[in-house]
Write a protein that binds this ligand. Structure first.
Ligand code: KIV
Ligand code: ZN
Length: 388
């Protein structure tokens, strides 16, 4: 079976930037958009142009500089939103309008105070109106995760008839389980007329920590676009993390799915977004966290020193990290200490190692992490006491 490509739709600059306190200015957005383009992202969602003059300007400027990716602007299913988005995207080489409306009963009753029939009419109007400006129109069925499949299929079918090229199935509230979300995509694949002529897209939020798992389940069942953000930033608990999706496809080739992302740029991209937004990446964050390739317990360190594959499933170089690290703590064993001592210039015999290890443990019980300077100090002290 031939491998199939999953398009990466990055929404760091739109859904990601909705995070309180993470506002980016146009200059910062241009730097990030340019790097996303170079890294191989297929679609950059540059903003929600009607939301503010600043966001409008950012979409205009990003449209001018992006060379390869499709540049996308978000709208509600509202005429003025679509007019403004079309205007903002007019310099884009490959523009896309992303329009849509809530389809779950909760959204229809409480947010929009209307009926299912009206939702279908508004969806049809929005897609065909957007289509009068651009060829590429993506339709989102907001809160599709909690929308019953039969109604969702009906809305999707009408969106296709009205000219949608991509159908986005957001789990807006991060409610679904992977099996459920995968089954939803499968249901749409099997029950919507014309579905094979459009791309199905996963847009999953992380309220239950399922965003990446749900997106992968969607792709396994036929979705060929995943919407995600760098470091998983986004509303509430965030969106699917781009770096996780990319590495999952890379590390599991039997899925026969791939992306065009240059994974060696992931680490640097993560740092850029984190610093620009002033939003720290948690140290245990998969792929890009400071501890993602750090080993600190004695048993793990011993294994990794003997053979990396014992405790590492990825080559750190593949994500742009030079090497994995052996962190020396009070949980480290002799193997790790000997390894580090050798790196800083001391070849210890077994007897010497036993002596230094005793001093090392005393030190490590006080200090959280023992660094190279500490190793020098410990060994030199042992020498002075003529123990070595
Ligand atoms: O989460 C969501 O439903 C969205 C849409 C606006 C695409 O971000
Ligand atoms: Zn979202």
């Amino acid at each position: 079976m031939d491998r199939e490509k999953v398009q990466i739709f990055d929404t760091t600059l739109r859904d990601g930037e909705q995070v309180p306190g993470c506002k980016l200015d146009t200059g910062q957005k241009l730097i990030i958009a340019n790097r996303l383009d170079q890294m191989g992202v297929d679609i950059i969602e540059a903003g929600f142009p009607v939301s503010s003059p600043g966001d409008f300007l950012s979409v205009v400027e990003i449209s001018k500089i992006v060379k390869n990716a499709i540049v996308c602007g978000l709208t509600r299913a509202v005429k003025n939103d679509i007019d403004v988005a079309a205007q903002a995207l007019k310099y884009a080489k490959r523009p896309r309008i992303h329009t849509g409306i809530g389809t779950s009963d909760s959204h229809i009753i409480y947010k929009l105070n209307t009926t299912r029939k009206d939702i279908i009419e508004r969806a049809k109007y929005a897609v065909s109106y957007a289509k009068s400006f651009v060829e590429d129109v993506e339709f989102y069925a907001e809160d599709a995760g909690r929308t019953d499949n039969e109604f969702l299929a009906k809305v999707c079918e009408e969106a296709i008839k009205s000219g949608a090229t991509v159908l986005n199935i957001p789990d807006t509230t991060g409610y679904c389980l992977p099996e459920e979300y995968g089954a939803k995509i499968k249901y749409l694949k099997e029950n919507v007329k014309g579905i094979d002529n459009v791309i199905l897209s996963c847009h999953c939020h992380n309220d239950l920590g399922m965003a990446t798992a749900n997106s992968i389940a969607g792709a396994v069942h036929g979705a060929r676009q995943i919407e995600c953000t760098i470091n998983g930033v986004g509303e509430r608990a965030g969106n699917t993390a781009l770096e996780e999706v990319v590495m999952i496809f890379k590390q599991h080739p039997y899925l026969n799915l791939y992306t065009d992302i240059n994974s060696k740029q992931l680490s640097e991209m993560s740092r850029l977004v984190s610093e620009s937004m002033g939003m720290m990446v948690q140290p245990n964050k998969a792929i890009v966290g400071a501890n993602a390739f750090a080993h600190s317990s004695g048993i793990h360190q011993d294994g990794v020193i003997k053979n990396r594959s014992t405790y590492e499933i990825m080559d750190p170089l593949d994500v742009g990290v030079n090497e994995s690290s052996i962190v020396l703590t009070a949980r480290s064993g002799r193997a790790a200490l000997a390894y580090r001592a050798k790196k800083v210039g001391y070849e210890l015999t077994k007897v010497q190692l036993d002596i230094v290890y005793v001093e090392f443990l005393k030190f490590a019980d006080i200090k959280k992490e023992v660094v190279n300077d500490d190793i020098h100090q410990i060994i030199e002290c042992c020498k002075i006491q003529s123990e070595l």
